[in-house]
Design a protein around this ligand. Sequence first.
Ligand SMILES: Cc1cc2nc3c(=O)[nH]c(=O)nc-3n(C[C@H](O)[C@H](O)[C@H](O)COP(=O)(O)O)c2cc1C
Length: 329
Amino acid sequence: MKFTKVEPPYTSKHGCRLVWEEAGQDDTDTVILNKDEFDSLTEILQNDSTGTVVLEDQTSTILVNSDVTQFSLQNHKLLEADTFELQKRVLEYAKIPHEPQYVHISSKQFYPSVWIREDEEEKKDVQPRNGNAKRQAARRSLLHAILHSEPEKPDQPLSESDVFRIFATRRSTRKFAKTKVEDWKVDKVLAAADTAPTAGNFQGLKIFYVKNCRTKEALVEAANKQSYVNAPVVLVFCMDPSRVRLKFPADILEKFSIQDATLAASHALIAASGLGLSSIWIGMIDEEKIKSILGTDLRPSSSLCIGYPDKKKPPKSRRRLKELIEVIE
Ligand SMILES: Cc1cc2nc3c(=O)[nH]c(=O)nc-3n(C[C@H](O)[C@H](O)[C@H](O)COP(=O)(O)O)c2cc1C
């Protein structure tokens, strides 16, 4: 794991999160610092000195040495960062004004991008705006307005089950706790899948809810031996174009049914997170093997493996929203 960046903490008003990444692998480790911890670390790094920051749990520590900074965290392996690199990134991050704000999770703030703006034109836009200026911004560009808009009701707290909070805090899990998932939660996840939109409302899909242990083991084999497929709850989403009674060519119906099955799985994934569960989406599947395991002719689109996470992890970073969207004006 290599220390790579400092980002806003997303789920609180102050502090930061420090991110480690494994080169070429789909894994990250994160340490979230609250305001006091971040201020203490910044002070040590600003003064080019060495020292220790004791974290909130009173057990974890950050030991800043001249060459390497060590993060000894409770129930976690030791994380290290090159002190020079850490200093550079933390001080750069500390320069950006992070005004205390109520946490309001909107599309702009799922993964807010924080960087130092370089040109004067952009600087003007971070200033608080009155209604007239807001209207001007809206006219300038939609994307601009999304990225710079301010929450309408910043003081309105979001409930734990608020869909935007779920989006913002969701993280895939590949290590599940042994805890059984309550039947009522599975029912809710399946019901959520059923609410997804489908082409012509024909529901061109079928969900296999696999309870049988042997079948789960066989599904591991059919998923390139990904062991976590043997999860507490395993759902296999299959396409059923024969249900889509629309007068279109077969390839279009096939396309509709893959979208139906994928959307249903996505609804199930979000519902699982909202219920305090976590999941892993499995796209790496051998379709023929799965068809034979399940005894069906229907093509599987993905599996969703659900359970309680062994360890709750913060969400992964994404690229800047600005890079994701191209506005055609
Ligand atoms: C189409 C698709 C296929 C995926 N296939 C696999 C897979 O076969 N095995 C796996 O471990 N994760 C798989 N994933 C999970 C992604 O790796 C994971 O969602 C991604 O790294 C982002 O992490 P996050 O879900 O925690 O935000 C898949 C996700 C999608 C959307």
